[in-house]
Design a protein around this ligand. Structure first.
Ligand SMILES: [Zn+2]
Length: 192
């Protein structure tokens, strides 16, 4: 089954100037619902061998000039680095091809988290990489090994594209990470 997730990453590029108009409405990072923050204490940072962030959420320069929305956070890591599941949930899609390359979508209640450019291969809707085997409908714990950093799809180097949607709206994963860190410290997020 060809998924529309990876297609959607590309489709936005063709919607300019509509994209720019929409970007203004969609891109301001929506604060994630406060009632979920205590549960994020058990949330897990998805990349084990963290190098740095190579592309943040929001508008960025496109290859043809102008700016394009980027609906996720790019986390650079060495090829083959383990990727861990952010939050317990159920695999709702296994992706192959397109801009995302090998990818997984995991649903955790109203949240969906997307992992792109994974190493390994997808055959018959099942993702395989080393000893990792992930199929649609599979239940995964937070922190479970779900894949490895690769260079599949539209990417120039090994990194994880990590996207999070809440009830269909993209969130800035950096906001989630900050909220996770604050929840662990037992602090309430102050006004930004
Ligand atoms: Zn990305």
């Amino acid at each position: 089954m060809q998924s529309n997730w990876s297609g959607r990453l590309v489709a936005w590029n063709r919607l300019l100037p509509w994209g720019l108009l929409l970007a203004g409405a969609l891109l301001p990072a929506m604060a994630a619902p406060a009632q979920d923050e205590p549960r994020w204490r058990r949330g897990v940072f998805p990349v084990v061998s963290f190098f740095g962030y190579t592309s943040h959420f929001g508008l960025r320069a496109g290859p043809g000039g102008g700016s394009q929305p980027h609906y996720g956070l790019d986390i650079a890591a060495p090829l083959g680095s383990p990727i861990r599941n952010w939050w317990g949930g159920v695999v709702s899609e296994v992706l192959a091809g397109g801009a995302c390359g090998n990818g997984l979508v995991i649903s955790s209640g109203p949240y969906e988290h997307l992992y792109c450019h994974l190493a390994g291969e997808v055959t018959g809707g099942v993702y395989r990489s080393g000893e990792v085997l992930v199929a649609s409908g599979q239940r995964l714990q937070a922190g479970e090994l779900i894949g490895h950093v690769g260079i599949t799809g539209r990417t120039t180097g090994p990194h994880l594209h990590w996207g999070i949607r809440y009830r269909g709206q993209w969130l800035d994963p950096a906001v989630i990470l900050r909220a996770m860190a604050m929840a662990r410290r037992g602090a309430k997020p102050g006004p930004q």
